[in-house]
Design a binder for this molecule. Structure first.
Ligand code: SF4
Length: 198
């Protein structure tokens, strides 16, 4: 777990500790006890660390999210976040947007479930991930079957699917990005992009 002690709080604590120790050497040991009693409990004690990627921009900085609760049960609550010092991209640093990610996570307007606006409707309705993925797969299959171009006018095999586009995210590992690229291109999709244009 990354210890989070600022230089100011360390010097303050160390200075007070030295003073209390000095006082203790003169027989005032209770001063140290009072100092220790005043220290706040370490706020990250008992938290779970989860590595993740900042979703804001294509730099894709690594972050560590500290949460309390059971992640498997879906009731974990993120309570602290910091840059991942082991991440090769940012080495523990975060820009102001990344440093404010906790507000993004806890935002009331954050979309956490898939929604669909059905044909003819004027509003979005929540659906399950399974339904969303089934819908997407169905629409893609139907469109590809109807519009796939196997050969151009000269009879050259081109295997193009130009009527559907795919927007991916660059906030992934190289391996995930490679597999995404291979999967999308294997369908014949030409319009394929992400925010990093890679
Ligand atoms: S921390 Fe800042 S620079 Fe890094 S990915 Fe997030 S927005 Fe981009």
């Amino acid at each position: 777990m990354n210890m989070e002690i600022s230089r100011r709080s360390f010097l303050k604590g160390a200075g007070a500790g030295v003073a209390a120790t000095t006082i203790g050497a003169f027989g005032f040991g209770e001063a140290e006890a009072a100092f220790v009693a005043e220290l706040r409990p370490y706020k990250l004690a008992g938290t779970t660390e989860t590595r993740n990627t900042c979703p804001y921009c294509s730099v894709a900085c690594g972050v560590i999210i500290y949460s309390k609760g059971d992640i498997a049960q879906g009731n974990a609550v993120a309570m602290h976040l910091e840059g991942d010092v082991d991440h090769p991209t940012n080495r523990g640093t975060l820009c102001p947007k990344g440093a404010a990610l906790l507000d993004f996570i806890k935002s009331e307007t954050r979309l956490t479930k898939p929604k669909v606006r059905r044909a003819g409707s004027d509003k979005f309705e929540e659906i399950s991930w399974n339904e969303a993925l089934d819908n997407i797969a169905r629409l893609m299959k139907d469109d590809r079957d109807a519009n796939f171009i196997e050969r151009n006018m000269d009879g050259v095999q081109v295997n193009r699917w130009t009527t559907t586009g795919f927007l991916a995210a660059s906030a992934t590992t190289n391996e995930t990005a490679f597999l995404t690229y291979k999967a999308v291109r294997s369908t014949g999709i030409v319009a394929f992009d992400n925010q990093a244009r890679v």
